[in-house]
Design a binder for this molecule. Sequence first.
Ligand code: CMC
Length: 385
Amino acid sequence: MYMAENTPTIYQGLDGVYITESKICKVDGTLGRLYYRGYSIDVLAQNSSFEEVSYLLLYGKLPNKMELESFENELNSERDIPDGVKNIIREMAKKADPMETLRTAVSALVISDAEVKDNSPAANLRKMVKLISKISTIVAQIGRLRAGKDFIPPAKNIGHVENFLYMLNGKAADAKLVKFINTMFILQAEHSSNASTFATLVTGSTLADIYSAVTSGISALKGPLHGGADEEALRMMLAIGNPDNTETYINEALAGKQKIMGFGHRVYKAYDPRAKVLKTWLVDIDKTSNGKVKDLIQIALRAEKLMVERLGQSHGIWPNVDFFTGPLYTWAGIPIELFTPLFAAARISGWCAHMLEYWEHNKLFRPLEYYTGPINLDYVPLDKR
Ligand code: CMC
């Protein structure tokens, strides 16, 4: 729609603006519900696997047994990463933030893909399978190098998440840990037109390839107002240190007009349903935890209670998916600087699904700015200024 330039309505941060139609994800911000392709997130988190959810997002339906097996095999066969990408990871892992290493390594995956410039749906799907599979390998290898260990080649006949944990830790993970990381991957796989998905779409809308589009998505996810909030939330809990300090810390932070990371959302004005799933995990893990993990869980639960009382109903500021991640990932043995890279390893499926859908009716993103500066200024030559 074209509007006369003298009376524009400006939607700062595109707040409230619809950018496209989509059949992928419904975020009901009023009721606090989330659906992938019509399936409620609670049901998927309880029953599904990351592979099945990725298939659902990409293909628009749940796979039957054969379709799932074939998709799993495709992912399985794409786990290795090229030597050139390994070299980049070796060079960067300890010198750069893991999100920076991930961004560069994912961009470099083009070196082993002859189809980069083929923008047909079939080629794009093949590239997307590669991306979904290889991002987890890259994250695991970044984690290993940062821990002073060497690469572990991917295993072949185990699930995607199981293999991620195997590559990261060098040993088989127990069933509860695999279930939890699968749950995290499912919860973080997709979320409509969030900043990183939008960034992906903006780049893709120029008909740049999927690697370029996803590299934009990773860049946008990095920031603390988006995916980076999970790391900041844990840093706050670590700064609180002792559960008994929680109330004082939060009260002082709010009095100082500080934002509490892991709370608030542009769309949810109710409890984020993903945070509800994670709270259930937190309460369960609390029963058997001790030491640092127990303290972090207690801090998280006390902070959540206080924030909900202070800002929940009155301001529509509730916990989001990033709040409970810290204590849970600490229990799971995931180091803090891998939280956001793991978020990317999950969100890759949503980015790809949206890109596929958007390319069906591509339209270049090109919004307007309302210019408020001067015009027709006299140009004064350099030596006269
Ligand atoms: N703690 C305290 N106050 C808050 C918070 C918070 N976490 N979030 C929003 N507010 C206040 C904010 O200070 C402002 O108050 P005032 O009107 O008095 O200036 C008001 O609420 C509106 O905030 P806003 O930032 O203008 O609103 P937004 O719609 O742009 O906010 C948000 C969305 C996610 C950027 C914001 O809630 C925030 O910064 N939260 C903390 C970061 C975070 O947890 N991000 C993860 C989002 S969910 C997962 C993901 O996308 O990765």
